[in-house]
Structures are given as C-alpha cells and as structure tokens.
Design a binder for this molecule. Structure first.
Ligand SMILES: [Zn+2]
Length: 490
C-alpha cells in the first residue's frame, strides 16, 4: 500500500510590536497555494517543503498537498487567515493519510492566540490520531512551547543564521519521518527551556558564542541514537507568555538521552547569556552614517530597529533624517508610506513634489519628515530575493516611485518588502555600483545578501519595532523573570 504523506507550509515570524495584521492577501503576494494548486514546481529550490517533497517522491510516497502560506515576517496573522490555514490542513487529513510533514516558522502570533503553531499541531494531532507520526521543520527563531512538543513526533530546526540550510532542515525532518514509518526508529523528543531572550544582531554563526551553540547541535547528532538536535533562539519581538530560548533533541527510544543532550545545549547557553545582550559597539544613525561614508564604499547600513524580516513595516525615517544633511552623497533607502507612494505614483516623472515621509510623532522612529524631491521613475515593483533566507521567493513594492533629492535615492512604496539584499533597489532600476551608502533593514541576513556588492557593513542601533535594545519595548505578556529584563542568578 502506498504511503500517503500530507504536506503543508505556514511561515510567518510575527512581530507583536508592529502595527496592523497579516492577512490572506499578504500571503498571496508571496505565493498562497491551496490543495492541488500547491505544486512542487511552484516552490523555490532552497526551501524546507521543496526538500521534503523531493525526498518523499524519491521514496515513492504519494505527496498530498494541503496549503502553502509563506510570508517571511510581519504583524500577527489575522483571525480569518489563521482559521483558513488550519482548516485547509485539517480538511485534508483523511483516513488514508499515513503521516504528516509540516514546514512551520514556530514564532507566529495571531489575534487572541499566542501559540498558533502549537494550536495547529494540537488540532492536527486530534484529527490524525496518536498512532500516525507528525514531522515538523522550524526556523531556529521559533518559540518552542509544550503544546508544539506534545503534538509532534519529530522537530528539526535551522542550524544557520543567516539561514542557509532551509533544505537541509526540511530533508532531515522528512528522512526521520520516513525512518519512523519504516519502523527503523522510534523518535522521542525533549525540549529544554531557559528564561531568556536576546537581540538578533548577536545571532550569527560567524559570532561567538552563537556559532559554538549551533555547532553543539551537530556534535550531539553524531552521538549514537541522537536523531536530531536543534537550538532555538526565539526571535525577541513577540510579546507572548511562553517567550524563551530553548533546545529540542529527538532521540531513538531513549528520552533520558534526549533530555541530557537538550540540557547540555541550554546549560551552555545559560552560562553565556550576558554575551547576547551586551550592546557596546553600536551607534545611533547619524554616527553610523558618518562612519559608513568614510569607510570603503559602497557601505551598507542595517537599520536594525525597522527590519521587515523581523516583522516591522519598513516605514522608518531615521536614515532619511540623517541623510538630508548630506544630499550630495549617493545614499539609497526605501520607505514604506502608503499616502506618499500614492502621491508620488500620481506625479509625472521629472516633476518635483513636496511630500512628507513617515507618519510618526516627533522623535519617533518614523517621525514625519517633509521633503521636496523629484520623481525619477515609477517602477513596476516586482522583485525576487537573492539572500539565502528567501532566495527565489518573490516580493512586491506595491504602488511605488523612485524619488531623488540631489544624489539621495528614496524608493517610496506601499507594500512591505524585506531589505536583506539589493532586490528592491534593482526592482527600481538602481545599479548598486553607483551607490556610496545602501540601506539594509536587517540584523544579520544582509551581510550575505549584500556580500557581492558591499565592502563595509554597519549595524545602526536605531529605534523601531525590531530594536537591538529590547528594553526599549513595552512587553506586557512576557514571562517573569526573563533575562535581560530581570537579573536571574544561577
Ligand atoms: Zn529566522
């Protein structure tokens, strides 16, 4: 009898500090496919679901598609969108389904629901029954919860930041699912939690202690009967009751082994917790811009406080306000502003306009800023990301215009896009060689995204919904105590 594996993907890294919500129309922009409409050929090559799908087909399993809803990051998911995702998966869990593979992010949030992935898995388990296995691949920025652990058999996670092992993570979960179905292994899983979070800029395999912690997963997996080991430094801009960093180890039959290896990772993490939260070498935007302009050019400045790949909208005016003091320099940036994008779109090319960018109050990260600029072009707006995190995935600037103030270039747009590589600039017809300073909106991924273009990289300690300094955010629901907010002794 053919093994029938139900597959699905739901990826949204939710930022509860960002305004608005992520709806089905947002998922549509990056490819929302349901049932038979979800085909392997539509998926990018570097992707968890693609890799798992390929593995299952090679194993001559029948792949039953449910839904693919991929959004990278954004505000919490709307009630309707989450309900649709859950129902489209549940509706396809028929008696003939043998097992399930889901590619999830693990750190989404919905209105009135702090743990969407946990609740999704609980419902999937209820409908599938306890005998058939569920394998899940997660982003390492997932916020693991007991509900997720109790309702899945296998969990794997990325081992790289910037993320370059999406396919590896999906394939690992698929392989373990295959071995489980063939009774080669009996997976048991243990999660170890530590009451801490940390900013994203210290999460990079090239930095310590992050690199060593990720490496511990690989070392653990080499041990006999350890099937998978993952470290989950949950993304910090999510104000939820179960916020923590964790590790998850899957072992063959031996729960004590899983516990020992999982705790080994989090014990090392706990010892080095202060290294993740020390902010010593980062400057506000005006200082960062001055340093970038005197570095080998072109330089890239990451506006850390407004990172759409961390769920913010991309509407900060921090760089704009600093750059207006040196409009003779070739500085590029993007700003999401719905009203300004409309006005600029309605203005003829080469005409000058007086508009304001940003909607915030004075001294806020998106402080309303008046400019007089020339409309240089009306780009079509479609883009394809190049950075590993989203290679081959599509985005759209929406209604947009390229504005010029002397040598400054500003893409004003009305749909959120990630600024992890030069894709948005290329979509606006800009050639990266011409720039002196290029804005990125990211904490780590931009380094690989702009690697071929830039000679110098800077991270600016800017305010916004994705700041490096987490004490700037007003958490209400987070657990207590939690490092770095409270002092927790060993
Ligand atoms: Zn991530």
């Amino acid at each position: 009898m053919t093994t029938r594996v139900l597959v699905g993907q739901f990826l949204l890294e939710a930022n509860t500090f960002a305004s608005g919500q992520t709806g089905l129309s947002d998922f549509e922009k990056t490819g929302l496919w349901i049932g038979k409409d979800l085909k392997r050929s539509k998926l990018p090559e570097e992707d968890e679901l693609s890799a798992a799908w390929d593995f299952f087909e090679t194993a001559e399993w029948e792949v039953v598609p449910s839904i693919r809803a991929w959004m990278g990051a954004g505000p919490p998911i709307s009630e309707t969108a989450f309900k649709t995702i859950v129902e489209e998966i549940l509706d396809r869990i028929e008696e003939s389904i043998s097992c399930i593979f889901l590619s999830l992010h693990g750190a989404s949030a919905a209105k009135n629901e702090y743990d969407p992935e946990g609740h999704l898995l609980k419902k999937v388990r209820q409908k599938l029954g306890s005998e058939k296995p569920i394998a899940v691949s997660l982003d390492c920025h997932a916020g693991i919860t007991p509900l997720m652990i109790n309702n899945a058999d296998i969990i794997t996670g990325y081992r790289t930041v910037p993320h370059i092992d999406l396919s590896r993570t999906g394939k690992q979960a698929a392989e373990l699912l295959y071995q489980t179905m063939n009774k080669v292994i009996e997976p048991v899983m243990y999660a170890s939690y530590k009451p801490m979070i940390g900013p994203a800029h210290r999460q990079d395999n090239n930095y310590e202690p992050f690199g060593s912690l990720m490496n511990m997963c690989e070392i653990a997996e080499k041990k006999e009967n350890v099937l998978s080991a993952a470290f989950f430094p949950s993304h910090p801009w999510r104000d939820v009751p179960e916020l923590s960093w964790s590790s998850v180890v899957v072992a063959d039959k031996n729960i004590n082994l899983a516990k020992k290896e999982a705790e080994n990772i989090t014990d090392c993490l706990w010892k080095s917790r202060k290294a993740f939260t020390e902010i010593t070498d980062l400057e506000p935007m005006s200082e960062t811009l001055a340093a970038a302009l005197s570095a080998p050019l072109p330089a890239v400045i990451a506006d850390a406080g407004d990172s759409p790949s961390g769920g913010s909208l991309g509407d900060s005016t921090e760089l704009l306000r600093s750059a207006l003091k040196c409009t003779n320099r070739h500085i590029w940036m993007t700003i999401l502003d719905v009203e300004a994008a409309q006005t600029a779109s309605d203005t003829k090319v080469n005409e000058e306009i007086k508009i304001s960018l940003g909607t915030g109050e004075k001294n806020s990260f998106n402080e309303k800023t008046e400019i007089i600029a020339k409309v240089l072009s009306h780009p079509e707006g479609t883009l394809e990301y190049e950075a590993s995190l989203a290679k081959g995935k599509r985005g759209h600037l929406g209604k947009c215009a390229l504005l010029g103030i002397e040598n400054l270039r500003i893409i004003v747009h009305d749909q959120p896009v990630m600024l992890i590589d030069a894709a948005p600039y290329k979509a606006a017809g800009l050639i990266p060689d011409d720039a002196e300073v290029i804005q990125a909106k990211s904490h780590t991924t931009f380094r690989s995204g702009f690697q071929k273009i830039s000679k110098s990289f800077f991270v600016s300690n800017t305010p916004g919904p994705t700041p490096i300094d987490l004490t700037n955010l007003d958490y209400v629901n987070r657990p207590h105590p939690l490092h770095p907010f409270e002092i927790i002794n060993d």
